[in-house]
Design a protein around this ligand. Sequence first.
Ligand code: SF4
Length: 351
Amino acid sequence: MIQSSDQPLLRVRGLCKHFPIYSKGLLRRQVGTVRAVDDVDFDLMPGQTLGLVGESGSGKTTCARTILRALAPTAGEILFRDGDRTVDLARLGSRELRPLRTKMQMIFQDPFSSLNPRMTVGDIVSEPLVIHGLASGREKVRRVEEILEKVGLRPEHRVRYPHAFSGGQRQRIGIARALIMRPSLVIADEAVSALDVSVQAQVINLLEDIQDEFKLTYIFVAHDLSVVRHICDNVAVMYAGRLVELASTQQIFEDPQHPYTRALIAAVPMPDPDVRMRDTLAGEAADPAKLPSGCAFHPRCPECFEPCDRHRPELLSIEGKRLVACHLHDPAHRDKAGTSEAVAGNRAGGD
Ligand code: SF4
């Protein structure tokens, strides 16, 4: 990890991405809203890696794509540090965003479908340079060959096509394409999920190795918590579009405070075959188009108590720097925990 300066590279405040649901027919009326990302706040310091985790449908990928302005935010601020100035990406139009796009790149999940099979590796990797008019001719070739070597490929690979490479090598090509613009922020969206476990380790080691050299700050979107544990400094846990816990990786894994975080960690497979997987999450993930009242996790929460189905918990600071959105940690409610019939009922049902 490189040294962090005092200023965050990225500051996200009140970020929302909502999708309207329209009725069928000629008179298309809005009949609902999918709250895919709802009121998300976090800071990301330069050189750090933030894991964004949650089940499928938790909003983590939509949040990442909104930060990169692949999706327009519904509300909120995306304050990105660009040299000496800070710009709110949420307010910029496409023309103003264009030069900033070189500084924020994405590594995609599927190295098999994210590379155009009709383009050579050289053309794929140099495409961002060409689009932004940053290099051509010999200089373009030099930069492609240099970046291929940095990601563990050979310069002569630039004339080959993606089908000639293994899954791990294709992901290296995707990483080279992201790095050739010398970005400061890289979002890796499930970047190793489609790879074999042995290849996953190689790609994660590569991402760690290049982080110092390229002064990269990562957001690592993943559902696999064992991967997150290895690479991330901090972890943000999302449920139904909202952050429910944000803490250092060590705190998240050794002392999780939100019942959802505890359930996610309990569901991580153990490498020891004699150790059975502990209780996994019961019930379906909340539908962001029809969120339950109060805490969106309450229908699945084994620790649900009296205020949980009526009041939505706010993200509160506990023990200094960590943040948790759960009434168990809210001084206004926590005294009632363990006394309500709801807790007794939930626990009995879970046994
Ligand atoms: Fe469970 Fe209540 Fe905390 Fe939600 S607020 S996670 S329902 S204890």
